[in-house]
Structure formats: structure tokens, C-alpha cells
Design a protein around this ligand. Structure first.
Ligand code: ADP
Ligand code: MG
Length: 595
């Protein structure tokens, strides 16, 4: 997909295995597993005693006895030898059971999710039936029917784990089936089997691998459990579970007989789980970027000094730098920008997508997610107060009350399961000690203010019942709720069509006139800036390349990038000339930039 872009500057993305090795616990798991696997595989080649040779004269020797490093069991068999051979059996059982469960679970999940309808219901009810029995009881019942033995234990464990895979895979397949790339494959003439194998399955692979790696430890534990109960491997063969079972009687007189296989099970399960977690983090790019790590209430700061404010503007941003941390690399998204906003003024921050506008907007009130974001330099003054050095709780009081936000996509900013009235009252009550009644009155007035008529009926509407324009009006109402000094609007009209956009700009203009609102307006569209902003700052690749009075910048753009932005606003009746004009600017820009 296009989201994965190579890092700039030709740096290599770290390879997957180097990332895995960077995770110390996963590496530890991997090393233990490799050693165990190697030993188990080499068992026939190692100079070991016969694991089944009994010698009643040497019963229950303690560990470190001559010739028996880990001692002997009640029949005088060498514990070390039995441990290695037993581990071999346990590993083979666990891995085979996982593969079987994954195979059948995936096939069932894929079919149920892809075909849907009756097939789906039938398969899922069968799976539900399997899930309705207590886990180990079902395995016991299956072994009871099939008879005790190694293979039967394997089947039982595989069977009871099928639902785990099937449910997961089915859910994901249902989601994937609707996606455009699957539809496109169907349209291109691929049949169902080709679509399933070529389009759906590859997208499920990471999930299958992760589920396998995280369940394999559990399966080893379960097979050991069955063997412990005497239903798995039968004497004289042994796996870790049956060794544990045999050691039970000597728990106090010769604890090593049970302890040794017990420790081995612990080691195996732990190392499989550590490795499994490592693999999961690796395959999920969001986890890799640390999305689920300690989300901080305020963007973290790594600035060396706090630059002073130079004037008495309502908002002053001095030398702000923001970076994103990926592993131990820091990538700068905003590179030391400064701008200010006078009381009642509208400043337009303009730049193409990816130029760092949203990152700037979020950083002002410490809203940028950390990790991965961090503010690496600069200061933000609101009414003379430095925002970024405030303690988290103080900053929280300022958000929404002093500085409020309007975001681009109102559908994603409104809570889909709360009525809009409730959301506005919630915003009000977060900062003002209002009774329910008062808050409701205020919310109704706000709805009217932003041009939502019949506010009493609309008050109880769900976000999905409103049009895009109405939702954005609700977003504006929420931003206005606490009479903030500054409103930061991050592309508030980009998701709307042109006519609705025009009405939204009118509304913002009207509110500015009536309330003397101070507005930081972020957009990529010079047409919009020309309509409502007094001054403009042009942003490009994290820097402000030009700023000034809107009229001046519009009529005499200095920087070639600004010229290009202005040229890309079409005027009615321009026709082909427009494209020629945009194209003509490109060579000029590239040649100037390469200097
Ligand atoms: P825009 O000007 O379109 O609002 P942004 O401010 O969202 O652009 O992004 C600016 C830069 O920061 C982009 O190059 C983007 O790749 C980078 N960026 C934004 N969010 C993240 C993130 N969570 N992790 C890493 N980089 C990010
Ligand atoms: Mg943006």
C-alpha cells in the first residue's frame, strides 16, 4: 500500500529480523527455543543413556550423580535422557496441534466469512458448540472416545483450538470481503478461489502467524496436561506431561523427578510466548511505532531552552520544532517555525498535504500523541503564558477553554454513540459549573448560533443522522462552547463540498464579527484563505517560507512555492490555460530548489 514510504535521505528501513533482535525478551525467547529445538532434534546423535532402560539398583538418584547428570527416576531411568526425548515429543505434539488447528480454523473462518449467509451461520454455530464446552473437558471427552494415546491427544488438542482461529479469521474475512481491492479482483475476472487465495489470505497471514505463535505455548501446556492425566503418551514413551505425572508420587522424597520436566515446560511456554509477543509487535506497524505504549497526557518535551516572547500578541509561537521518534531515529516534521496571532485576527496557515500543519496545530496545546511525537524546541505563548511548560493538569484546563479546536472530519471527531446535544453539554460542563438545565439551554443557543435550526429536535440527533455540513457546525458549536480566546481550525472545510464550504466560511466570518474571535485557520487552499484571513503564513516541509498580509502575498508572492500554490487555484473561465499555468511553474521551482 502507498502508506509505507521509504524514509527520506535514502536511509534503509530496519529489516524485520533486526527489529526482532532489538526486542530483548523476544530474543531471549528465540535463543532458548533454538537451543531446545536443536537439542531435541539431535537427541539420537547425543551420547545419552537409553531413556527406557530401567535399573532398579539405581532408583531415584539425586541430580549430579556420576553418570546421571539430572539423577534417575523411580525405575532407575536417566532423567536427562528422558527429558530430552520427552521434550522432543512435547514439541512435536504442540507444533503439530497448532498447525492442524490453524489449518482447519483458517479454512473454516475463510469460508464462513467469505460465503456468508447460511454457510456462515451453520459453520459458526458448530464452532459455538465447540466453544460451549469447558476446554479441557472437551479434550478429555474426545480422548475418552478415541482411546488414550499420543495421536488422539494431538487430535483432541487441535480440535478444541480450532474455534480460536476460526472466529478470528472469520471476523477479519467479513471485513476484507467488502474492501475495494477484493471487489476489484472479482471485477478483473478472478474466480472465488483465486480471490480467496490471492487477495484475502495474504492479508490474513500476519494474523495467522501471530495467533499461532501466541497459542503454541498454550497447546504444549494442554498436551502436557492430557499426558499428566495419563491420556496422552503411554509408557514406556514419555513426554514432559507424563514425566511430570510420574514424578508426582515422589514429590517430597525425590522432587527432581517432577521438577525437571516442570521447569522445562515453563521454559518452553515462556520462550514461545515471549517470541510470540515479539512477532506480534513486529507485524503490527502501529505497535512498532509505539501507539499502545504509555500514551502521555501531554506531548513530551525535549527542548534545551525556552525562547522568550518578543511581542504582546495573543498567540505567539517561537521557534517551534517537532519531531517523530521511530526506534532511535528522530525525524523532524516541524523545523523551528515562528508566527503570531493578534487579538481578533485570522491567520491562515497554508501548505500542501504533509507540510506539517496538523502537527503544528496539535503541538500548540500539547495534543500531539507521544510517543512517537515530541516537541524538540521552541515555546508557545497564549496571552503571555507559556503553554508547554504548564503541568499536565493546568494545560488540560486551558484546552477547550482558552484554545479550542475544530477538526477536518466531523464524522470522526464526534462520538458516534452519543447524541449531539449530549456532546455539546459535555463540552460545556467540562469547564463551567453549569446545572443540566443551564447547560442544555446554552447548548441549544449554540446550535442556533452555528445555524442549526429546529435545535430542539436536532439536540437529540445522532451524528450519523446529520449531513457533513451540519456535523461540522456541531464541531464549531463545541469549539465555541466555552468562549475560547483562540480557535484553531484544521482544514475545517476540506471534507465538505464547495457550496457547504462557502456557507461554513460565511458562518466563521459572522462568528468572527460578532464574537471578535481569534482564528488560526489551517488549509491547503488559497481560495479559502483569501476569503477569511487577514494574514497568511505559507508552510512547506516543516518550515514557514513566506508570511505577510493576505492581499500582499496573493498579489506579489515572493517564494516560488507560494506562486505555485496560488496558481493552483483555478478561476472560472480559465479553461486549459489553468493547467498550462500550473505546469509552467514546475520547471522554475525545481531548478530554483536544486540550487
Ligand atoms: P499536514 O500539513 O497535511 O497536516 P501533518 O502535519 O499531518 O501534515 O504531517 C507532517 C509530517 O509529519 C508528515 O511528513 C508526516 O509524515 C509526519 N507525521 C505525522 N504524523 C506522524 C506520526 N504519527 N508518525 C510519524 N510521522 C508523522
Ligand atoms: Mg493535516
Amino acid at each position: 500500500m502507498s502508506q509505507i514510504q521509504p524514509a527520506p535521505g535514502g536511509r534503509h528501513r530496519p529489516s524485520l529480523h533486526s527489529l526482532l533482535l532489538a526486542n530483548r525478551l523476544a530474543t531471549l525467547g528465540l535463543i532458548i527455543l533454538l537451543l531446545t529445538l536443536l537439542t531435541a532434534l539431535c537427541a539420537p546423535l547425543l551420547p545419552l543413556a537409553d531413556p527406557d532402560a530401567t535399573n532398579l539398583l539405581q532408583r531415584l538418584l539425586p541430580p549430579l550423580s556420576p553418570g546421571h547428570l539430572l539423577g534417575t527416576d523411580p525405575l532407575g531411568r536417566d532423567v536427562l535422557s528422558r527429558l530430552i526425548w520427552g521434550t522432543r515429543v512435547s514439541l512435536a505434539l504442540g507444533i503439530s496441534a497448532t498447525l492442524l488447528a490453524a489449518l482447519f480454523g483458517t479454512v473454516i473462518g475463510l469460508l464462513a466469512g467469505y460465503i456468508g449467509g447460511k454457510t456462515d451461520s451453520l459453520l459458526m454455530r458448530l464452532i459455538d458448540m465447540l466453544m460451549a464446552f469447558p476446554y479441557i473437558l472437551l479434550a478429555l471427552a474426545i480422548v475418552a472416545v478415541l482411546g488414550p494415546g499420543l495421536l488422539n491427544a494431538l487430535y483432541a488438542i487441535a480440535l478444541v483450538n480450532i474455534p480460536f482461529f476460526a472466529r478470528n479469521i472469520r471476523g477479519l474475512t467479513v471485513g476484507l470481503r467488502q474492501r475495494d481491492f477484493v471487489q476489484a479482483a472479482r471485477l478483473s475476472g478472478k474466480n472465488h478461489l483465486q480471490t480467496l487465495l490471492g487477495e484475502v489470505l495474504p492479508n490474513l497471514m500476519p494474523v495467522i502467524v501471530v495467533t499461532m505463535s501466541t497459542t503454541i505455548g498454550w497447546m504444549i501446556l494442554e498436551t502436557a496436561g492430557l499426558s499428566f492425566l495419563g491420556l496422552g503418551t503411554q509408557p514406556p514413551d514419555a513426554d514432559l506431561g507424563s514425566m511430570l505425572g510420574q514424578g508426582r508420587a515422589q514429590m517430597f522424597s525425590a522432587p527432581h523427578v517432577a521438577l525437571v520436566p516442570g521447569l522445562m515446560i515453563f521454559l518452553l511456554v515462556m520462550s514461545f510466548n515471549l517470541l510470540g509477543d515479539g512477532i506480534r509487535d513486529l507485524l503490527d506497524p502501529r505497535l512498532r511505532a509505539g501507539v499502545l505504549q504509555r500514551a502521555q497526557p501531554v506531548t513530551s518535551l525535549s527542548r534545551q531552552s525556552i525562547p522568550a516572547a518578543s511581542g504582546d500578541a495573543l498567540l505567539e509561537v517561537v521557534d517551534l520544532s517537532v519531531s517523530f521518534r521511530a526506534g532511535n531515529q528522530l525525524q523532524q516534521a516541524v523545523k523551528g517555525i515562528s508566527f503570531h496571532l493578534q487579538r481578533g485576527e485570522c491567520l491562515g496557515l497554508i501548505g500542501e498535504s504533509g507540510s506539517g500543519k496538523s502537527v503544528t496545530a496539535l503541538s500548540l496545546m500539547g495534543l500531539l500523541a507521544s510517543p512517537p511525537g515530541e516537541i524538540s524546541g521552541g515555546a508557545v505563548y497564549v496571552d503571555g503564558e507559556e503553554m508547554l511548560s504548564l503541568p499536565a493538569i493546568e494545560l488540560q484546563h486551558r484546552r477547550g477553554a482558552r484554545v479550542a479546536y475544530i477538526f477536518q472530519d466531523p464524522l470522526t471527531t464526534l462520538h458516534p454513540q452519543m447524541r449531539i446535544g449530549t456532546q455539546i453539554t459535555e463540552a460545556l460542563q467540562a469547564h463551567q459549573p453549569l446545572s443540566g438545565r443551564e447547560a442544555r439551554q446554552k447548548a441549544l443557543a449554540l446550535l442556533e448560533d452555528v445555524g442549526i435550526h429546529e435545535s430542539r429536535e436536532r439536540f437529540h440527533a445522532w451524528p450519523h443522522q446529520l449531513s457533513g455540513g451540519q456535523r461540522q457546525r456541531v464541531g464549531i458549536a463545541m469549539a465555541l462552547a466555552n468562549d475560547p480566546q483562540i480557535i484553531i481550525a484544521d482544514e475545517p472545510t476540506t471534507a465538505l463540498d464547495v457550496t457547504v464550504q462557502a456557507r461554513m466560511l460565511e458562518l466563521l466570518q459572522k462568528l468572527r464579527r460578532e464574537r471578535g474571535m481569534t482564528l488560526l485557520f489551517i488549509t491547503h487552499d488559497f481560495g479559502v484563505i483569501a476569503q477569511i484571513c487577514d494574514r497568511v503564513a505559507v508552510m512547506r516541509q516543516g518550515e514557514i517560507v513566506e508570511s505577510g498580509d493576505t492581499q500582499t502575498v496573493l498579489s506579489q508572492p515572493q517564494h516560488p512555492y507560494t506562486q505555485r500554490l496560488i496558481a493552483s487555484v483555478p478561476r472560472p473561465g480559465q479553461g486549459r490555460e489553468f493547467l498550462a499555468q500550473v505546469a509552467a511553474l514546475y520547471p522554475a521551482i525545481t531548478s530554483q530548489e536544486s540550487q
